[in-house]
Design a protein around this ligand. Structure first.
Ligand code: PEP
Ligand code: MN
Length: 285
């Protein structure tokens, strides 16, 4: 069978039912997937403090960059292997899963060892050798949309991974470049329902890279869930003003706490499981 689209295996024509797979008791593609954590792992105290806070809210997925694709070579580049090990230790202590960005194929063994969901960043969406390597992995892949990529190019990038044999791909809209410069990127909310029509793969939003502005995270997250997103990936920091990367878009703990209740209501409205509330109340928040 072939479809009329240039991509095939990721298309709705190829497979009409939503792709759902389970990680850490969360049915990705069905339940609301919430991934949260700092932009980058900075030190042991930082990552353990943030992980403990998230676990009290019953968040199951910890994000954090260990290999950071920074625009300037003089900016903090990440703790590399040590960063992955710290995230693994923190996540294991609190029963969480690790999400982190890979930048090159030669690190695949390290990521297979420490990471539960492997993130491909916006700058690497068209790194075809890397996509081919990830097609051979058993780990789920979080594939960001290239900042200047069309939806068709993004779905073709996913096709590289799926055609290699790895069907566990989560698409992530993270904003695109436009003439607008009062936000870091322009969040393409329409991409969410559109990609869900074109593809059976789960689609989530990264409002942190998408807007670059912490006060926009809550409303834009709500818009994404209302538009049918399968989840969110959000930057949270114990001391955003001191963060080594992306502090301006990182939520304070109390902001993260206060965005969960409305998201919970939206998730229920969409018949999606998002079971954070009881744990947060028990933790005294
Ligand atoms: C990030 O998640 O910190 C990141 C670098 O994302 P993106 O690739 O979307 O810029
Ligand atoms: Mn970031």
């Amino acid at each position: 069978m072939s479809t009329r689209k240039p991509y095939q295996l990721v298309s709705r024509e190829w497979k009409s039912s939503d792709t759902v797979f389970e990680v850490n008791n969360v049915k990705i593609g069905l339940d609301l997937l919430m991934i949260a954590g700092p932009c980058a792992v900075e030190n042991k105290e930082q990552i353990f403090t943030i992980t403990e806070f998230l676990s009290k809210h019953n968040i199951k997925f910890l994000r954090g960059g260990a290999y950071k694709p920074r625009t300037s070579p003089y900016s903090f580049q990440g703790l590399k292997t040590e960063g992955l090990q710290l995230m693994r230790d923190a996540a294991d202590k609190y029963g969480m899963s690790v999400v982190s960005e890979i930048m090159s194929s030669d690190k695949i063994e390290e990521f297979e060892e420490y990471v539960d969901i492997i993130q491909v960043g916006t700058r690497n969406m068209q790194n075809y050798p890397l996509l081919r390597t990830l097609g051979k992995s058993k780990k789920p892949i979080l594939l960001k949309r290239g900042m200047s990529s069309t939806i068709e190019e993004w779905l073709l990038a996913a096709e590289y991974i799926v055609s290699g044999g790895n069907e566990k791909v989560i698409l992530c809209e993270r904003g695109i470049r436009t003439f607008e410069n009062s936000t870091r990127n322009t969040v393409d909310i329409s991409a969410i329902p559109l990609v869900k029509m074109l593809s059976h793969l789960p689609v989530i939003l990264d409002p942190s890279q998408g807007t670059g502005v912490r006060d926009l995270i809550k409303p834009i997250s709500q818009a994404a869930i209302a538009a049918g997103a399968d989840g969110l990936i959000i930057e949270v920091h114990n001391q955003p003003e001191e963060a080594l990367s992306d502090g301006d878009q990182s939520l304070f703990f109390d902001q993260f706490h206060h965005m969960l209740q409305p998201l919970n209501q939206l998730a229920h409205f969409q018949n999606r499981q998002f079971d954070y509330e009881k744990a947060a109340i028990e933790a005294g928040y």
